[in-house]
Design a protein around this ligand. Sequence first.
Ligand code: FPP
Length: 277
Amino acid sequence: MSSSRTLRIHELTPEERAVYAKLKPERLPEHVAIIMDGNGRWAGRRSLKRFLGHQQGARSVQLVTETASRIGLPWLTLYAFSLENSLRRPPAEVSFLMRLLKSYLETNLQRMMDNNVRMRYIGRTHDLPAEVQEKMHWVEEATRHNTGTTLTLALNYGGRSELVDAFRGLAAEMQRKHISADRITEQDIHRHLYTAHMPDPDLLIRTSGEMRISNYLLWQIAYTEIFVTERLWPDFRGIHLLEAIADFQRRERRYGGLGEDCGQVEEDPEQIRIAAS
Ligand code: FPP
C-alpha cells in the first residue's frame, strides 16, 4: 500500500518528523477527508471580521496539503463549500468565499506544482460563477500530470445531492441498456458517485468540535474512522494531520467483523442455549 508513495520526509518540520517517526508506514491511510470548520469562531475570538477567518483557513488548506504531499498521502478531500453554505450564508460572505477560492487557485498553483499535487473537484461545480469555474479548470489542467497527492475540493457539494445525481445517472444508464432494477449493485451506485475514481476515505477529520457529518460524503464514509478535534480550522496544521493519523492507527477497523478482543467464539451457538437452560 505505502510502497508506491513518494516520500519527502526531509521536508517535514522537526516537530512533524517526530510524530511521523512513530507512525506505522504499513498502516498509513490512503484517503483522508476533512470537514474544515471554525473559521468564523477563530475570527470572532479575536474580534475580527469573519472573512479574515476564511483567509486564515485558506492558508491552512495549503499548509496541510503540503504536509500530506510530503508523507505521500494519495488522496486528500476537503469540504470547502457546501450547497447549504451557498443557500444559507449572507450573499456578501458567499461572494467573498468565491473570490477567495479564485485567488487561492491563482496564487497557489506554483506551490501545487512544486509539491506534485494534482487538483480535482467534486460537487455541483457547474453552478459556481463562470470566472471561478474557469480558474478551477485552469488549475486542474495544469496539475493533471502530477503524481503526488490528489487534492479534491468539495465545492457546492452536498452528500444527498451527490446521491441524487448518482441515481439519475444510473437510472439513465439502466434505461439505455434495458437493465432491470433488481440487478442494481452497490458497485453500480459507486460508479456513478463524484468519487468513483477514488477509494473511500479511511479517516474523516472534523475541526472545531462539532459531532456532525454535515451532509459530507454520506455513501463513502460507511466504514470511515472519525476524528473530531476542538482545534479551529485556521489553527490546524500538518502536525495535527499527523496526530490524527497516529490516533487512527491506534484504532481497530472491523468493517462489521469481529475484533481481536471479542471473547471466545463458540463453535456451536446451540451450546449457549443449552448452557443457559
Ligand atoms: C467553516 O467555517 C468553513 C467553511 C465555510 C468552508 C471552508 C472554507 C475555507 C477553509 C476557506 C477557503 C478555502 C479554500 C479552498 C480557498 P465557518 O464559517 O462555518 O466557521 P464557524 O462555524 O466558526 O462560523
